[in-house]
Design a protein around this ligand. Structure first.
Ligand code: ATP
Length: 359
């Protein structure tokens, strides 16, 4: 048998950070990343994604904890000596320099020979489709081209670790999706170890080998994107991942354990094996339900969005909850419909943790 020894490229140990005595932005964060892996850090605005990335880069210091890159403790090492390259959302290019000079700057600092610099810059420019623009200044480029230069500047340096801080967020939707595919194909070719911060879950789901979700200082993961989506460990992850996220309705297990009671009128015939009376949260994804004459969950149509591919119905359900359903059939506002649900989840209402998925 052949064992492939995957090297630990990044290790973060017990990292905590708070600003000005406020509640911890990061609370004892631990994780490691193997060589070649692409980690996405995801979470709502203000959850500490950028702070974590900046601590890894050395641009911010942690209150406690350590950062190791390729096994070396870099906690006290200057950013420029950490062997990392960072790509920012605002590109951070040198405005007075041409694309060629922007790409070659770090190599000149490292005192590489002119032919070596030319070779590396030319190869990187070819990889990113930047050859026609090498003599232009950043202001003569489109947003997408500028972001390619920013990427190229990181690639020429061949760092131990790539750090991306929402690099696509200044681009419009179409360019974003094009750049997402380009990043993915670049990653397949380069297999560069990367940490990528975003609040865009489409980016996270499509780019990541592993995802960490930050919430109130704590982390969930690293886990494979599908694993988090299919088996969300708690209601936060369930509601956060997906567009729209998972529908969540509070209720209780019925008296005989053979039903779930969402309010006095809505009792779903579900044999859960959970103790009668237990407070639960009933969860189901918008894509796992459909209007049907045999439906079990009633709802009144409050809104309809036509995505082209299907309709997204917004429904008012038990206990005045709102939930979403993808439908091939158009409904009318004010219609009362019933949903069949192909797959659902039960969470414990006391700690919001997943009890079980029912497929
Ligand atoms: P976003 O997605 O909006 O960029 P984020 O998840 O990257 O957010 P951070 O920028 O890491 O969040 O900020 C986390 C929290 O720390 C926020 O509440 C922010 O206001 C606070 N914060 C960040 N930097 C500082 C600072 N230098 N001084 C004080 N508070 C800060």
């Amino acid at each position: 048998m052949i064992y492939i020894n995957k090297m630990k490229q990044l290790e973060v140990k017990s990292l905590s950070k708070s600003f000005n005595g406020a509640a911890a932005v990061l609370n004892e964060i631990d994780f490691q990343l193997n060589s070649g892996e692409f980690l996405v850090i995801l979470g709502p605005s203000g959850c500490g994604k950028t702070t974590l990335l900046r601590i890894i880069a050395g641009l911010e210091s942690a209150d406690i904890g350590q950062v190791f890159i390729k096994g070396r403790d870099v906690t006290e090492v200057e950013p420029k000596n950490r062997d990392v390259a960072m790509v920012f959302q605002n590109y951070a290019l040198y405005p007075h320099m041409t694309v060629f000079d922007n790409l070659s700057f770090a190599l000149k600092v490292r005192k590489l020979s002119k032919p070596e610099i030319k070779d590396k810059v030319t190869r990187t420019a070819a990889m990113l489709g930047l050859e026609p623009y090498l003599e232009r200044k950043p202001k003569q480029l489109s947003g997408g081209q500028r972001q390619r230069v920013a990427l190229g500047r990181a690639i020429v340096r061949n760092p131990a670790l790539f750090l991306f801080d929402e690099p696509l967020s200044n681009l419009d939707a179409e360019l974003r999706s094009q750049m997402r595919f380009e990043l993915l194909s670049l990653h397949r070719r380069l297999r560069a170890t990367s940490v990528y911060v975003t609040h865009d879950q489409i980016e996270a789901m499509s780019l990541a080998d592993k995802i960490i979700i930050l919430n109130k200082g704590n982390k969930i993961g690293p886990s494979a994107p599908r694993e988090l989506y299919d088996n969300p460990p708690d209601t936060f992850v369930a509601g956060f991942l997906g567009n729209p996220g998972m529908n969540l309705i509070s209720g209780a297990i019925g008296e005989s354990s053979k039903s779930v009671k969402l309010d006095s009128d809505v009792i779903l015939p579900i044999e859960s094996g959970i103790q009668a009376g237990s407070p639960i949260v009933f969860g189901f994804r918008p894509e796992h339900c459909r209007p049907s004459p045999e439906g079990i969950l009633p709802g009144e149509v409050e809104g309809i969005e036509d995505s082209g591919k299907e309709y997204i119905l917004k429904l008012k359900g038990p206990n005045n909850t709102r939930y979403y359903c993808m439908s091939q059939v158009k409904a009318e506002i004010g219609d009362t419909i019933s949903l069949s649900i192909d797959m659902f989840y039960l969470f414990d209402q006391r700690n919001n943790k997943l009890i079980s998925a029912f497929r």
